[in-house]
Design a protein around this ligand. Structure first.
Ligand SMILES: Nc1ncnc2c1ncn2[C@@H]1O[C@H](COP(=O)(O)OP(=O)(O)O)[C@@H](O)[C@H]1O
Ligand SMILES: [Mg+2]
Length: 247
């Protein structure tokens, strides 16, 4: 198996863990156990994770190996097509969303893009479904763009920074499948990170999907505004964003 040296796959019963040995030398299954970390659980409203229908994820923050980490759990019951496929063609861990998101994060990090550090992906093969989890390193002192705009407005420079951040991903032909205001993190000092690359991938260079990405983000912002009158997003903000993007 052609793996980068610092990445390893460990199999425990029906579970497969893909991990970065520079961060975790020997991952245990408890790391992916919500109850194990349960004091810090954070539930996310199901209707706020975009239009992909992936609404049941929730994250848990915990500390391990001297780092703050975030555990995201994917649970997908409706993958009938892939269940059948699994039974026919064998279970391909590399095709699971958790492994794909983990590897994409590593690729993007190598390109110098602002994304969380991928720590471990876990897939457990079941009879009729698979369960999957992803652990990333927490972006410290950050909040989602959506949460910030519920509290306050942000200035022209910050909107431009968000625009130019997304441009960087597009220049590297990274398609984000769910670019919305909850998948953009801003740190206290104004650094911008993108998260949640479920179903995302490198794509052939094309203006059309890049513009569709931007339109999706714009829709997300307008949707928040519609839901909440004092959501701090106005037309000029979007112009600033585009200026940063077109920079
Ligand atoms: N690495 C991270 N650092 C800080 N917060 C994170 C990180 N990963 C996820 N979060 C928080 O958890 C939320 C959900 O994670 P996300 O990957 O977007 O999954 P989903 O939208 O599928 O539930 C994010 O909106 C963000 O608030
Ligand atoms: Mg998300």
């Amino acid at each position: 198996m052609a793996l980068d040296r610092q990445y390893k796959i460990k199999k425990i019963d029906n579970s497969y863990i893909l991990y970065d040995i520079d961060i975790i030398s020997d991952p245990v299954l408890e790391l992916f156990d919500r109850d194990y970390h349960s004091n810090n659980e954070q539930f996310l409203p199901s209707d706020l994770s975009g239009e992909t229908g992936i609404g049941r994820a929730k994250v848990i923050y915990f500390h391990s190996d001297n780092k703050n980490m975030v555990l995201k759990h994917y649970f997908r019951g409706g993958l009938v097509a892939s269940i059948v496929k699994d039974q026919y063609f064998g279970f391909d861990t590399e095709k699971t969303r958790a492994f794909r998101e983990w590897r994409l994060l590593k690729d993007m990090q190598k390109l110098g893009l602002p994304v969380p550090n991928a720590i471990a992906a876990h897939v457990k093969r079941g009879v009729l479904y698979y369960r999957a989890d992803l652990i990333t390193q927490k972006i410290e002192n950050s909040k989602t763009l959506a949460d910030i705009l519920m509290e306050k407005s942000i200035d022209t420079i910050q909107w431009k920074k968000i625009g130019s951040c997304i441009k960087k991903f597009h220049d590297n032909n990274i398609y984000h499948a769910d670019l919305n205001a909850r998948n953009i993190l801003l740190t206290e000092v104004g650094d911008v990170y993108l998260i949640d690359f479920d179903n995302s991938d490198f794509r052939a260079d094309s203006r059309s999907w890049k513009m569709a990405n931007l339109a999706r983000l714009n829709r997300s912002l307008l949707k928040f505004k519609k839901g909440e009158d004092d959501f701090n997003f106005v037309e000029e903000d979007w112009s600033d964003f585009l200026e940063g993007y077109n920079g």
